[in-house]
Write a protein that binds this ligand. Structure first.
Ligand SMILES: [Ca+2]
Length: 295
């Protein structure tokens, strides 16, 4: 089941974005635009990048019956993935977060908020969350459920929805910053950005109550952990282009930490939480991404 889900999730991606293929002239066009997009310089407003590349800066998807899903454009670019030596973390300066240059070559859209129970239920017909509230993030699901949501939403929307890769997630979370949190380097900066152990009151919160990052994304740090597409592996420190993670693994990964996280160490831009394939609980959810349509 997991393998099938992985294949389904990766199927449309295969061969499309591997390093070395990007220099080739575009055989296809994306809505009559060139396939090679300029990299974001870290400063330009996304609206301006969208204008000059002919892309929409945001999209509001209709899941039916008035249930909407807001997606924001994430322009492609390069960043340092991982954390620098000395950043307070759980594994010291080991390979788990070894810094390395990553280039994301294609724009994509990422959900503005963590996926809600209402959005999940509209597509899947069920709500796995033990504590029910349609306006709150969906939780209590395993990685296969998250992938199944993306697959079914793709069918409903006739679009290409997936979980973000781990690299896409961190790139989108950082939004041009290289600090511990996208709001700065101190724990007080995390308080501005997300719900964690010291400010959450021990409970999950509705999305959008803390500061968004420069891309307009809310709750990337804290509240509920967000499953990404990759299997877990240590970083080897080499530069990468559109990394996909290993083909097989014993664990997936969630990102961003959650409301009960032990202070600031987990709710960092670079922090990675290996997740056993069958783990589900009240602090693991997802944030779907939308790939550009290939025409
Ligand atoms: Ca989160």
């Amino acid at each position: 089941m997991r393998r099938l889900a992985t294949m389904l999730c990766f199927g449309m991606l295969a061969g499309a974005i591997h390093a070395g293929e990007e220099a080739a002239p575009a055989a296809n066009s994306v809505q009559n635009k060139p396939e090679a997009y300029p990299l974001w310089d870290g400063k330009e407003k996304v609206e301006d990048y969208a204008k000059r590349t002919g892309l929409k800066a945001s999209e509001t998807l209709d899941l039916g019956d008035g249930v909407k899903l807001e997606m924001l454009l994430i322009p492609p670019g390069a960043f340092t993935m991982g954390s620098p030596a000395g950043e307070p973390k759980r594994d010291g300066d080991g390979p788990m977060e070894k810094p390395h240059k990553v280039t994301i070559t294609k724009p994509f859209y990422l959900a503005k908020f963590e996926l809600t129970q209402a959005q999940y239920e509209k597509v899947m017909g069920t709500n796995p969350s033990v504590k029910k509230d349609p306006t709150f993030p969906v939780v209590d699901l395993v990685w296969d459920d998250a992938v199944a949501f993306c697959k079914k939403a793709s069918e409903v929307l006739k679009r290409d929805m997936r979980l973000p890769t781990e690299a896409q997630w961190e790139y989108a979370c950082r939004a041009g910053t290289q600090t511990t949190y996208y709001t700065g380097g101190e724990e007080a900066d995390l308080d501005k950005a997300g719900w964690y152990s010291k400010n959450s009151g021990g409970t999950v919160h509705k999305g959008g109550e803390k500061a968004a990052n420069a891309f307009g994304l809310f709750d990337m740090l804290g509240n509920v952990r967000e499953l990404v597409r990759d299997f877990y592996a240590d970083y080897d420190g080499k530069d990468e282009t559109d990394p996909q993670g290993p083909e097989q693994g014993e664990k997936h990964i969630s990102r961003g930490g959650a409301f009960p996280a032990q202070t600031h160490l987990i709710c960092r831009c670079a922090s990675r939480t290996p997740e056993p394939l069958t783990r589900k609980n009240a602090i693991i959810g997802l944030r779907p991404m939308l790939a550009l349509s290939e025409k």
